[in-house]
Structure formats: C-alpha cells, structure tokens
Design a protein around this ligand. Structure first.
Ligand code: 5GP
Ligand code: MN
Length: 332
C-alpha cells in the first residue's frame, strides 16, 4: 500500500543536527549518481558546519563518481563507530541501506530519513521526504537553505551531479520549474554543469557496448513490453566486474512502440534483479513495491528470488496489467 507522505520536518531535522556532534550519512546499496551526490553533498556541508561526519555505503562509489570532493572519505565497509544522528539519503527502505545502514541504526539513537521516493516506507524518526522532487539532491538543497548554510562549490557540484543523473539531464517527467531553479542555484554556487554531464551521462566504458552486443539478441517486443536478459556470463565476457545493463533499459524505453521496458539481470546467487522503466502514462512503481523493491512511476527496480524462467513468469503478467491500466486511463 502507498503511504501518505508527511510534510518535511525541517525544524526537527535542523535541531537534531544542531545538537549532534557526530553524524553518520548512509545511502542505498549499488549507489548511483544521486545516491553518491547526495551522500557527499550533505556530508561535506555538515563538515563545513563543524560536525564530525562519516559517510558510508557498502562497496563505495563507482569509478566515474570519484571526481567528487570527499569521495575518498566514503567508508565502503562500515564496522566501527557510533554517532549522535544517522541520516539516510535516497533510500526508500531500511534494507536498501545495506550493512552500513544496519550498523548505523544499531549505533545511532536517532535516524533522519531524507528521500524522494513515493514508495518510501517512512522509517526513522524524522522525515524529510519530498516525492515531487526529481532527485534526493534537491531535498538537501532545500534543507541547507532552511539551515541557512551557504552552498560551497564542492557541495554544489556533488548535488548537481545528483540532479543531472536522476533526471538524465533534465529529460524525465519528474523535472519541474523548481528542479531547474535549484540547478541554476547550484551552477551559480560553482557547480560545473558541462563537466558533470561529461563525466556521468556522456561517457561510458567500452565494456557496456561489448555487453550490449551479447544482450541485444535476447531483446523481445510484444504488446508494448520490451525485455532483455543479462547473465553473469555476459558480464564476465564483457570484462565487467559488477552486474549492470550498461544503461540498456534507457535505450529500450526510447523505442516508439514501447509502453514499459524491463531488463532481467540474472545474479549468481539465485536471484534476478529487475530494472523497470515506463512511458509517462504507465506506472511501474506499484509492481516494484509488490515485488519487494520500489522506485518511481517511470523508473523502478526490485530483486526477486528464482530462476530466470520463474521470474519472467511472475513478472510478465504484472507488466501486462501495467500496460492495460495505462492504456485504459489514456482511453478514458
Ligand atoms: P535501476 O533500474 O536504475 O537500477 O533502478 C531504478 C530505480 O528503481 C532506482 O532509482 C530506485 O529508485 C529503484 N530501485 C531499484 N532497485 C530497487 C530495489 O531493489 N529496491 C527499491 N526499494 N528500489 C529500487
Ligand atoms: Mn534518487
């Protein structure tokens, strides 16, 4: 069931930070640009305020995000410390924060939940959740403004990286005039838009193309649903070390005849990771939530146990009903 969002409690959150000396910031596992941008933007800003801050996420940041100031301080295997406050950013549920989140919760008396997912489970005791924000980074911008903390160039750069990556360069249906206003403020504070786009959206390793060569033969299109399958063998053969689709799902959803796109990423532990995308009239977040995952209307994900055949049998009917519901709404 979808939770009702509460208004962000800026005052309680600011007061908790004011009283804290030690703060832990965590984000979701397999962190993307918004996860790392928000983690670092907030952690560096809190350090500027004189706080002692740890930033942690299992496995650390991906290579292409290591240009961000403070990325070398991210703890990739958190197993010591205690904090006055833990802040979780861009994670819609507690499980998404992995081992770092579990350790942090056990060693912090107070948890602030800062996020922009409509599927957020409202964990933690203070909520800064804006489901209308296109990125978690935007929520941090607003919070820093509430705390009257001026944006430095390193903080602005990390936060604009979150905005740019989650909106795919201002191209998603989640972008509003407010998103652009915030981006403008971040640029004015010194964030280099062109460099961020170059390092994130406009660059990919050849391994991703090599992966696509292997995965394209699995692409199928029927009744508005396009799908592809990535196996651990494909990942290995393409010289990659982590499970990814190399952004393929974003290409598949651009196909004119398509309403929803799914990439099945088979894992070696008997699970299958799903990447789901949809055109604006269609909503994949409900089915992701039902599968134990979450996300946004147009971009969601989940990890499901079972063989690829069993998972496809479970997931394809759900996608068909997403397409039916969207088409019915469009026709009415
Ligand atoms: P991607 O396809 O890029 O991996 O994920 C798209 C979006 O779906 C993410 O930004 C995130 O919001 C959400 N998402 C992906 N996987 C999971 C998951 O396992 N659990 C939850 N709660 N959300 C997920
Ligand atoms: Mn995000």
């Amino acid at each position: 069931m979808r939770m009702t969002m509460t208004e962000p409690n800026w005052i309680a959150a600011a007061e908790a930070v004011r009283q804290a000396q030690t703060i832990l910031v965590v984000t979701h596992i397999k962190p993307d640009g918004d996860a790392i941008g928000t983690l670092l933007g907030l952690a560096v800003a809190l350090r500027e305020m004189g706080k002692t801050v740890d930033a942690a996420v299992d496995g650390g940041p991906q290579e292409f995000l290591k240009f961000l100031a403070g990325s070398e301080t991210i703890i990739d295997d958190l197993d010591r410390g205690q904090w006055d406050v833990m802040i979780s950013v861009d994670a819609s549920d507690e499980e998404r924060t992995g081992k770092a989140g579990a350790y942090g919760r056990a060693h912090s008396p107070l948890v602030i939940n800062l996020d922009h997912h409509p599927t957020n489970t409202l964990f933690g005791s203070i909520h800064l959740i804006q489901a209308q924000a296109a990125s978690a980074a935007e929520v941090v911008v607003e919070w820093l403004e509430q705390m009257r903390h001026p944006l430095s160039a390193p903080v602005a750069t990390a936060l604009l990286t979150g905005v740019i990556t989650d909106t795919i360069g201002f191209r998603t249906s989640s972008v509003t005039p407010r998103t652009l206003e915030i981006a403008q403020r971040l640029m004015q504070a010194g964030a280099p838009l062109h460099e961020i786009v170059g390092r994130t959206l406009a660059t990919k390793p050849y391994g991703h193309i090599d992966l696509w060569k292997r995965v394209f033969p699995t692409v199928q299109l029927a009744d508005g649903i396009i799908s592809a399958i990535v196996t651990p063998d494909d990942i290995k053969a393409a010289g990659l070390t982590e499970s990814t689709d190399g952004g393929l799902v974003g290409i598949l959803i651009s196909v004119e005849e398509v309403a929803v796109a799914v990439v099945f990423k088979v894992q070696s532990d008997g699970t299958v990771e799903l990447s789901l995308r949809s055109k604006p009239a269609f909503d994949v977040s409900g089915m992701a939530l039902a599968l134990g995952g979450g996300g946004h209307k147009q971009a969601s994900g989940a990890t499901v146990s079972g063989t690829i055949d069993a998972v496809r049998e479970q997931v394809m009917p759900m996608l068909r009903s997403v397409v039916q519901q969207g088409r019915a709404a469009l026709a009415s």
